[in-house]
Write a protein that binds this ligand. Sequence first.
Ligand code: ADP
Length: 214
Amino acid sequence: MIQYFHVSKQYYKDQFALSDINLSIEKGEFVFLTGASGAGKSTLLKLAFKEELPSKGQILIDSVNIGLIPERKLYRLRRQIGVVFQDFKLLMDRTVYDNVAIPLLVRGEKKSVIEKKITSTLSLVGLSHRRKYPTSHISGGEQQRVAIARAIIGSPKIVIADEPTGNLDTELSIEIVKIFERINANGITVIIATHDQNLINLFPKRLIKLDRGQ
Ligand code: ADP
């Protein structure tokens, strides 16, 4: 469970990116976070994996106050949360396989374990046929799937995606949300920030709406 208690974020004095947010997301939920550009969606997500720190308030993940986690133990929090970034952050000169393997290589997993997990994860995101392709040689929609595969390969409890369909057409966007539904069906909490009202209408989920940080 993720809980925000009286969370505010100011990047600048007198300017609230988020103001007094109180929010609870249960384990296994699928949530759309919506609101206009600048409403605070990215900030709200970044606070959950401590990419940003709140100016006020507390964030608890499974009852642990993440503000109290020391820097050297932060990797444990980050392992619990798979993040799909808006700009993918992929290594374009490496293969699909290499990109997806990264979180497991960092952990020192055995090659046999990595092989097995990559096979099942690429199958889940529908990319088995692109395994050996250089990432620069696949489409934008496929690159998005690589980013999703990399986010889930380490078996996180939570997957966070910031505008994962931002640059995709409607048909591809629907496919991407369906992948997140499959991930969610495995018990993983999914939080997707999107300003795409069309997509929200197509998938009736819990909706958290931010309006100028509120
Ligand atoms: P959204 O994701 O809904 O577009 P953001 O969380 O990115 O909203 O931004 C919320 C507000 O915080 C905006 O006014 C934005 O300009 C500001 N902001 C976001 N990130 C930073 C930053 N790193 N430094 C200063 N201001 C920021």
